[in-house]
Design a protein around this ligand. Structure first.
Ligand SMILES: C[S@@+](CC[C@H](N)C(=O)[O-])C[C@H]1O[C@@H](n2cnc3c(N)ncnc32)[C@H](O)[C@@H]1O
Length: 550
């Protein structure tokens, strides 16, 4: 084991110990700060920010007697101060705590309440420091600036916060390309690592017999002529063409294949997904499948939830399917969250709504969110084995690019707000509601979700993950068409792109399309690049771009 690896292993062990401690004592702000430090050292500034934010919330609980977790948080802090001031607060002493050789004077020597109040104040300033520095590293400049300002309001001479503030200004000038930076216009969308975290025990081996058998048993119900198999796909790199790389690397993934011959026009898959959301506050869409509700009036099939006002479903079937998520949000005032967003925020808002739906499903079904069968097996476009530190060795591979979109609002504050609305204790449910779990869910949704526009005004309003449909890979000469109404439907094309008769033979891969195939090769490649991870290299693209012709 080399030095870097040894350090990594030690940090992961430490992370495990602190997480276990938090599962035992969930309201301990110090343990959260400790875990933030471990996450920062492991190279996860996003997770460090998430922990520091939870610690900050707990310091608020301690400060406010009327708050829900005041007693538990105060007791946790008191217990941590029994042997003196916790070491994590002594590394940099932003409050004016007195220390004596690493161990503070004990509670007997001073008024205990005053002492705890001071420790709590110091803890909160540490939280601001950690939040500002970590969010800056993630590229969330506005949130970093906000926490920096809040920290400086409490501790104006704090050198760490002043330094971070300087860095925020430098990065902001670079990103906004100018010296005149308005702090209200700071970018707040960043990128973080997109990976299967080393401690994630929920991710299945997608190529195991167990996974493939499970998916095939599910497929029998909605696509009896399809089966899932391992597929070899070209490894796509942004802007790389086949003339530049004749030896194209490939990678193993899953794909859909025909088990029997399929006739032109024949339906191949018909999938209903409860993992469907819409962002319209006052539109008449079904809460379960987000289809436009049928007309109300005599004989209408529309039904409402018997227990809460305003939640409407197409029919009794959708109401019955809603039993898998609705009880967690029934009458819980979650309706307005992420609805009618600013157009710039539409994608983020839809992903947050998908996350909210998944959390409601998990809560209702008393299941870990990553164990939900609609989520467990889907593609997440994760980058494996990301090193946490950049190696200086000339032989080291270049560090992977961070690809998971991240913001304080979507990844940290938003999900916690939703859980609180659902009456979930965000501290005592860490095992199910930790930030790395939200990030993993986002990775999966961003790898598989599709969106739909409102035909009347062209606004994107619905998003969904169809866990079986999304197993199909892309081609610009697809052999199926798809249509998404209440259900997602694939049917075999009557004609292929060259006007040849459609039809899929037994054993052939079922190829969908992720972009409008009527476009030119350049436009198609630009459109599909986001969902493919690079320039499309299907036979049609290679032919039309003139690549590989020599
Ligand atoms: C929605 S998933 C498709 C199913 C996925 N192969 C799986 O294992 O579940 C989309 C991902 O499949 C891969 N993919 C799909 N079509 C491809 C193609 N024509 N060439 C290369 N990769 C493709 C890309 O990695 C893309 O990010």
């Amino acid at each position: 084991m080399d030095g870097d690896q040894g350090q990594q292993t030690a940090l992961l062990k430490k992370r495990f110990v602190v997480t276990e401690a938090l599962l035992q004592v969930p309201y301990d702000p110090i343990a959260y700060l400790e875990r933030a430090s471990v996450h920062a050292n492991l190279g996860y500034p996003d997770l460090a920010a998430g922990d520091a934010y939870r610690a900050l919330l707990l310091t608020d609980e301690i400060n406010n007697e009327g708050f829900e977790y005041h007693e538990q948080a105060l007791e946790a802090l008191r217990s941590r101060c029994k042997g003196g001031v916790p070491v994590i607060l002594l590394s940099q002493n932003p409050g004016h705590l007195e220390s004596s050789g690493g161990v503070e004077r004990t509670a007997e020597s001073v008024d205990e309440d005053r002492h705890l109040f001071e420790v709590n104040r110091t803890t909160s300033i540490h939280c601001y420091q950690r939040l500002a520095a970590s969010l800056l590293l993630c590229g969330c400049l506005k949130s970093a600036h906000d926490f920096c300002s809040r920290g400086l309001a409490a501790s104006p001479d704090n050198t760490e916060l002043l330094t971070t503030q300087e860095h925020i200004h430098v990065v902001a000038r670079k990103r906004l390309r100018g010296d005149d930076v308005d702090m209200n216009d700071l970018p707040d969308q960043g990128l973080v690592r997109r990976e299967i975290y080393p401690w994630n025990e929920h991710e299945p081996n997608r190529f195991s017999h167990e996974t493939i058998d499970f998916l095939n048993a599910e497929l029998v119900k909605v696509a009896p002529k399809c089966e899932v198999k391992i597929a070899e796909l070209p490894t796509l790199i942004e802007g790389l063409t086949s003339t530049e790389s004749h030896d194209m690397a490939t990678n193993k993934q899953l794909g859909l294949f025909a088990k029997e011959d399929v006739d032109p026009g024949e339906t191949l898959l018909d999938e209903y997904s409860i993992l469907t959301v819409n962002n319209r506050l006052k539109e008449s869409l079904c809460d379960a499948c987000s289809t436009e509700l049928p007309n109300l009036g005599p004989g209408s099939s529309v039904v409402g939830c018997p227990d809460c006002e305003d939640t409407m479903f197409c029919d009794k079937e959708c109401l019955a399917r809603a039993e898998s998520y609705h009880p967690a949000v029934c009458d819980k005032d979650v309706d307005t969250i992420a609805k009618d967003p600013d157009p710039k925020e539409t994608p983020n808002a839809l992903y947050l709504l998908l996350l909210a739906r998944a959390l409601a499903m998990a809560q209702t079904q008393q299941c870990h969110p990553l164990e939900l069968q609609e989520i467990k097996y889907i593609w997440g476009d994760f980058v494996q084995g990301t090193p946490s530190t950049v190696s200086l060795s000339p032989l080291a591979p270049s560090p992977p690019i961070w690809t998971l979109p991240f913001s304080f609002a979507s990844n940290i504050a938003g999900p916690l707000h939703i859980l609180e609305k659902m009456d979930v204790d965000i501290f005592d449910s860490l095992a199910e509601n930790d930030l790395w779990i939200f990030n993993t869910l986002y990775g999966k949704f961003r790898g598989t979700a599709s969106a739909r526009v409102n035909k009347r005004d062209g606004r994107v309003e619905v998003a969904a993950v169809h866990p079986l449909w999304c197993l199909a890979n892309h081609s610009c000469d697809p052999n199926v068409r798809w249509e998404w109404g209440g259900q997602m439907r694939f049917w075999c094309r009557e004609k292929r792109i060259d006007e040849a008769l459609g039809g899929i033979q037994k054993g052939e891969e079922v190829l969908s399309h992720y972009c409008d195939i009527e476009l030119s090769v350049k436009e198609r490649r630009e459109w599909a690049q986001g969902s493919l991870g690079g320039w499309c290299m299907c036979d049609r693209c290679i032919k039309e771009s003139g690549e590989g012709s020599e």
